[in-house]
Design a protein around this ligand. Sequence first.
Ligand SMILES: *[C@@H]1O[C@H](CO)[C@@H](O)[C@H](O)[C@H]1NC(C)=O
Length: 551
Amino acid sequence: MSSGSNLRSEDQFLCSICLDVFTDPVSTPCGHNFCQTCITQNWEVNFPYKCPLCKEIFTSRPQLGVNTFIKEMVAQFRHEAQQEAGSSSSAAKPGEVPCDVCTGTKLKALKSCLVCQVSYCQTHLEPHLTTPGLKKHQLMEPVENLEDRMCLQHDKPLELFCKTDQTCVCSLCSVLDHKNHKFVPLREESEGKKAELKKTEAEVQKMIQSRRVKIQEIKESVKISKDAADREKAEGVQFFTALKEAAERGLEELIKEIQDKQKTAEKQAEDFIKDLEQEISELMKRSSEVKQLSQSEDHLHLLQSFSSLKAAPPTKNWTEVRVHPPSYEGTVVRAAAQMLEKMKEKMRKLLEAELKRVQQYAVDVTLDPDTAHPWLILSDDGKQVNCGNKRKKLPENPKRFYPCVNVLGQQSFSLGRFYFEVQIKGKTEWDLGVARESINRKGDITLSPQDGFWTVWLRNRNEYSACAGPSVRLHVQPGPEKVGVFVDYEEGLVSFYDVDAAALIYSFTGCCFTEELYPCFSPGLNDGGKNSAPLIICPVNKADCCTDETP
Ligand SMILES: *[C@@H]1O[C@H](CO)[C@@H](O)[C@H](O)[C@H]1NC(C)=O
């Protein structure tokens, strides 16, 4: 049986109730065939029982037989139809609209009918292309959820756009519920919306683009942080390797020094023993000569030799000779002190490099006159402050410190790193550091991180402390003339440096900053002129960079 003849015979295998190929075909007594389910359901709702095809009426519910021939033919037909479908049209793939009529393998739909609200494959579409009544139906490209395209109220396809209500309507809506509204064909409205969508698309593209740029940025910052980590590691390895080598060399030298001393002592003892043994052998020789002579019967010979043998041979007076065990007192201490000097030197170089690095983050800081205590005298350029002796008439201001003689910088920081240097030369008292915006400025102020201050101060000319709450006494000798303040906001780090000595004075670490941070200064009270020198914010010398440092 060719596939052509196969298709022509399809109507022979159609159930006249479901119009589909028979499923489990059964025969009525009048000889017509139906799907078992179709005829059973038909007889459950219709009475009296009659054949849906020839209308023959049965007085009682008839027995249904199975026509084996038809059943086999149907099975054969289905099998061949499936092979046919496999070659010409194909089963709907995911994303394609399936035919609503196909049972078993659902083929890909070619059209959807808006009137039937059904999607059809090539085979099942056929009646819509040929039957006069169906040819009037409105067909469209296949879509799913056809019911969404129908007016729920009038059961007609939505085919107009009501501009007044901004909604899709059917032809009945336009004359009933939306009377006197303005309408346009769906196509026209959709063209307009398409233009808007293009704009949206462009915007979305832009958002995608900006996010891609962000990813690039983040990747770049990861790379930067990795580079920084590598650099830091390399520096650490270099420093500690040098230290280890210096320690090993120091130990070698120490051991050699001790061994040399021991060897010298041993050598001396050996020499003494050799000399002594030499003398012993000479003395023994003399002893045997003397013995021999004393037994001699040759009187002349005895008398002639007597004078040369009477006296003992010349020997060394050993009474005072001693081998002194070498003294090792202080050997290890001296070597350790040398090692410490070397470490200090390396530490100094390390600090110099670090200071150069933080100096790269120098910012321009000026003093904010609105925050200054009325006794404080600020220079015109906002770079110097000292304490006068009388109160200036100034407008009251919630930002102003009173009665504590403080002043803040005008610039504030809430991210990244910043650094500034302040000259404190010739002063007996000062406070210096950073403060958060919400600090208490009126009445007594406690300088501590809990109260929003990260500061270091000088009291009584040479008492330095970090105001860490409780304060930490700092041993800074000689006192600095210029102090550098470095802040890494994200790291929660505030460090103070003696700029000229390139020494670290103190670090607050692990701080949690959530607000704006301001540079914070107090020149201290004038103290009858003893502490009248100004605090001076200095330009930072960042001439040479830290890349070419020598280890
Ligand atoms: C050896 O020297 C000690 C002190 O230097 C002296 O008392 C002693 O008499 C000397 N002995 C001889 C044998 O000269």
